[in-house]
Every structure is written in structure tokens, then in C-alpha cells.
Design a protein around this ligand. Sequence first.
Ligand code: ADP
Ligand code: MG
Length: 326
Amino acid sequence: MGEFDLIERYFRRPVRQAVLGIGDDCALLQPAPAHQIAVSTDMLVAGRHFLADVDPYTLGHKALAVNLSDLAACGARPMAFTLALALPQVDPLWLAPFSRGLLALADAHGCELIGGDTTQGPLTICITVIGDIPVVQGRSLALLRSGARPGDDIYVSGTLGDARLALDGSRGTLTLPAAQLAAARQRMDSPQPRVALGMALRGVASAAIDISDGLLGDLGHVLGASGVGARLDTAIALTLLRHGRDAADTDLAEAIRLTCVLAGGDDYELAFTAPSSERAAVQAAAAASATPVTRIGQIEVAPGLRLVDAQGAGVANTFRSFDHFA
Ligand code: ADP
Ligand code: MG
């Protein structure tokens, strides 16, 4: 099978929203009036972000999910994406489930594959997603990292730490009951990007980011961009570890559970801030998007991140987030 047959068979489908999809030198999109275009790229490299023998269906899902998560963090509505693929060989037994996993998530979010590039090489998947964000009375509704203000509440969507539990459990550095490992693995392999929540938080949240490298590190980016500091409640943070609340997990040391939640990474939840006057609006956004959110702290004037326990006593911050070049 040649390059063009491969694209035709696995990736080309009837065009829906785009003006022009796969097949020409460029795809064409028509932006809606009074909207900005949001663009984000993420690259996944075999051996670095996933193991080459990972299930291709879940890999297809995850490759797009991590990109959609960036659109979610900005409050953008997904429109389209491109796919640049380096493949060691043309293997229909890999390509068929990969494209099914990828396109199933694309359909779920109305995000159309409009082009890409295909080459021979070590397995690498690079996706660029395109979304739109309304501009109301000359003001963009995009959620940025730079908008957090002292006094704002800090929230996290869903649960945190399962992906890290799964990673440590798979590597054998942590012993987990089989059912719990399987459930945590499901979270690691098939993250659900919080697109509906991001869109519902337009005009409500003051800042947002998606948690890909660990809560403390990613929240740190918001604090840096906003020129503020924060206080986080570790007792509330601990409740975010879904499996940490199950009876079977109570033997996992608190320090391990806290590490999973605060520095785990690969969660693809949203961390966001909102003025305390917006608490009802935040709950309404959570309800409208059927996404649980938890208030875990507050933005403060003094730079830096302070962890406190249920009694308000300081907790040493020795947690490190993921950095590819560290
Ligand atoms: P060019 O030579 O202009 O780079 P190609 O011959 O590489 O174009 O690709 C032909 C068409 O197929 C283009 O519309 C391109 O966007 C699309 N395409 C190539 N690879 C992929 C892919 N992996 N997924 C989706 N579309 C692709
Ligand atoms: Mg090309």
C-alpha cells in the first residue's frame, strides 16, 4: 500500500464543516463571524510518550485527546485537526484500529480531520488542532494563563493521580490490586478532554490550564503568567485521587497518594481560577458540562505556592512535575 492509498483508506472521509478537506495542497476553513481561531500542536514520540507496542486504538484516542485538552483549557470549540504521521512501515493491523480510535474521539467532539503529512520513520504522531472562540464586544472570551487575581478561588475538574498510579503500578514500583490497576490504566490510556467544561467557563473563569505535567507544575505556570501566588489545601487535594477514596487503597501511604495528585501528570483535567463572586456560575458551568469540579485553594498576592493541611499547618513542597529536559 502506498502513501496515497493509506490516506484514502484510513483517514479520508466526507467533508462536513470544512470548506475543503484532505486532498488538495491546503485545507480551507471558514471562520464564523466575530470569532478568533485557536491553534495548538502536540507531538507524541514512541518510547518517549508511549510504548511502541501500546494498543493502537487507545493510542489514536490519546493522541487527539491531549490536543483537545489544550483547546479545552482555552475555552475553544474544536473545529478541525491535521495529522502528521511518521510510520516505520505500513501495517494495516496497526493503522485500522489507530484511525478508528482517533476518528471516534474526533466525531465525539465534532472535530474534523482536514489534512496532514505521512512519512516513513520512527513512529511519531503530531497533531495540530484548530478551534474557535467568540469575541464579544471586542473582547476575546479565550481563557488564558495570565488572568488569575489575588482572592480568586482555585478549582480542579474531575479526579487527579490515576495516570501516575497506573504508571507506577505497571512498572511495579507500587503494588495495586488488579482491578484498581486496570481502572487506573483506563484513565491513563483514555483521557477525556474537558472540552464542554472549558467552553462553559468562558466569561466565568479568570485563568485556566490543562493538567498534563502535574497539578503543581501546571498551576505554577498560571501563577507565573499571572504574577501571583497560591495556597492549596492538601486534605482536599487528597480527595481528588479517585482510587485513594476506595476502601482497598487505604494502605497506600499518604505521601504516595499526595504525590500522585500533586505531581502525577497525564491527567488532562483542567485547573482554573475564578473570582469568589463567581462560585454559583462555576457550579452552573460544572453542571451544564456534567463535569465535577473541586475548589482546592486560593490565589494570593505573595509569589510561590504554599501547601497547607486540614489544620492550616504548612506541608513541605518536595513534589516535582515532569520536564522532558530536566
Ligand atoms: P503535499 O505533497 O502537498 O505535502 P501530500 O501528498 O503529502 O501533500 O498529501 C496529500 C493530501 O493528503 C494533502 O491534502 C494532505 O493534507 C493529506 N494528508 C497527508 N497525510 C495525511 C494524514 N496522515 N492524515 C490526513 N491527511 C493527510
Ligand atoms: Mg506531504
